[in-house]
Design a protein around this ligand. Structure first.
Ligand code: APR
Ligand code: ZN
Ligand code: ZN
Length: 376
């Protein structure tokens, strides 16, 4: 490509300081170094985790920063030694890398790489430098994805090649929201046919859990949200009962326990609040119930709970990106989408130009959107 080896000037949505809105800026993006890939981002989704960055409640995020971790694009150029993708390939970058070498990657049961953000900061690329500058200042990366930039640079082990036929303005969802929710049901909980499920939070992630529970053959799927506008879509995707905690004068866990006899087989928290995490745990059957935590809590959150909740046998699990090993799994999920085995399109409610990134986050905050897709 004509731009290969050169600095590219392009648009990006930058947050200069915690709590400040996005500014659309012209940024410089340096060429990829060895083992890195420069991608032209075509479409990127607005996920709740980026909202934490915006508010300054994402643990370890550094400013100024270019957020965004749910994007899809086309490889522009590659650094030395890169073999798994080439210029022109359609790709999806992902926030939980897969270096294939660390002890976690070598464990086939693990999908967390020790180079991930929770053990090694992803505010800069692995060589501890940034490829982004703006107005003479270095801008931080986020999650090694930074998909709110028209061109971004990521390590080869944090990007997967997908089918050339994939529509980028649809499959960007596989970079986070859809994969996270669907995988939480399929991989982490391993929902069984005929079982009962309860999903707390009906955003893009929670609705994807519902798609996963339905695909796994659950017989009853409770959908829980304080925003009843979310119920129509939840039903369309497979929820059998929709309930708002605000309609009851007792805790929602008691309501669900009564409705099911002893609690559901599987519960999921896709909100990210301490109270709903405990409510989700208490909503599953005291003995064989499994509760999966998906929601990202604000930095420094602390939970307190009655230990009896666990002593009687419940299983409490977390999940990152739905347990998928993304480098191998994203191409397969995209292929299933192309074969029409997965329909994630219903989750995309708004399409906006990148210049309207702040409006996109306002739609999410106000509960009006499920997923907005930003186009460059
Ligand atoms: N009780 C029930 N539902 C609630 C409550 C509550 N107390 N508070 C918020 N909700 C609902 C909102 O009304 C909204 O529909 O939770 C939903 C959250 O959805 P989104 O904001 O769209 O978030 P989403 O992108 O789906 O992510 C959910 O998963 O990956 C994590 O970081 C992500 O923590 C976030 C969570
Ligand atoms: Zn690793
Ligand atoms: Zn996300």
């Amino acid at each position: 490509m004509a731009t290969s080896g050169k600095v590219i000037r392009c648009r990006a949505a930058v947050i200069w300081a915690a709590g400040k809105p996005f500014s659309l800026e012209e940024v410089e993006v340096a060429p990829p170094k060895a083992g890195e890939v420069r991608i032209k981002i075509v479409a990127t989704g607005i996920c709740h985790t980026d909202y934490h960055v915006l508010k300054g409640t994402f643990p370890g995020a550094k400013f100024p920063v270019i957020p965004g971790h749910e994007g899809a694009g086309i490889v522009e150029s590659v650094g030395e030694g890169v073999t798994s993708v080439k210029p022109g390939d359609k790709v999806i970058p992902f926030a939980v890398p897969h270096c294939g070498e660390c002890s976690f990657c070598l464990n086939p049961e693990s999908n967390y790489c020790l180079r991930g953000h929770f053990t090694q900061s992803q505010n800069l690329l692995p060589d501890k430098t940034s490829r982004f500058t703006c107005k003479g200042k270095q801008i931080h990366h986020f999650f090694w994805t930074s998909t709110f930039a028209e061109y971004t640079v990521v390590p080869e082990y944090a990007v997967a090649k997908i089918d050339a036929a994939a529509p980028l303005d649809k499959v960007f969802l596989f970079g986070c929201g859809f994969s996270t929710g669907y995988g939480a049901a399929i991989n982490t909980a391993k929902v069984k046919p005929g079982s009962t499920c309860a999903v707390f939070g009906l955003g893009g992630v929670g609705l994807s859990v519902i798609i996963g529970c339905k695909a796994a053959g659950a017989s009853r799927i409770f959908a829980i949200d304080i925003n009843k506008d979310k119920f129509v879509k939840a039903k369309e995707l497979g929820a059998t009962e929709c309930i708002s905690p605000q309609d009851f004068n007792k805790p929602i866990q008691e309501v669900i326990t009564e409705m099911t006899g002893y609690g559901v087989d599987y519960s999921f928290e896709a909100i990210g609040l301490p109270d709903t995490m405990i409510a989700a745990l208490a909503s599953c059957n005291m003995n064989t119930g499994v509760c999966v935590m998906i929601g990202q809590p604000p930095a420094d959150s602390v939970l307190s709970l009655d230990p009896m909740l666990l002593l009687t046998g419940r299983t409490w699990k977390g999940t990152l990106l739905g347990g998928w090993r993304m480098k191998d799994s994203i191409p397969k999920l995209v292929s299933s989408y192309l074969e029409k085995k997965i329909n994630s399109d219903l989750l995309i409610t708004h399409t906006l130009p990148i210049a309207e990134v702040n409006e996109g986050f306002e739609l999410l905050r106000a509960g009006k959107s499920i997923r907005s897709v930003l186009l460059f």
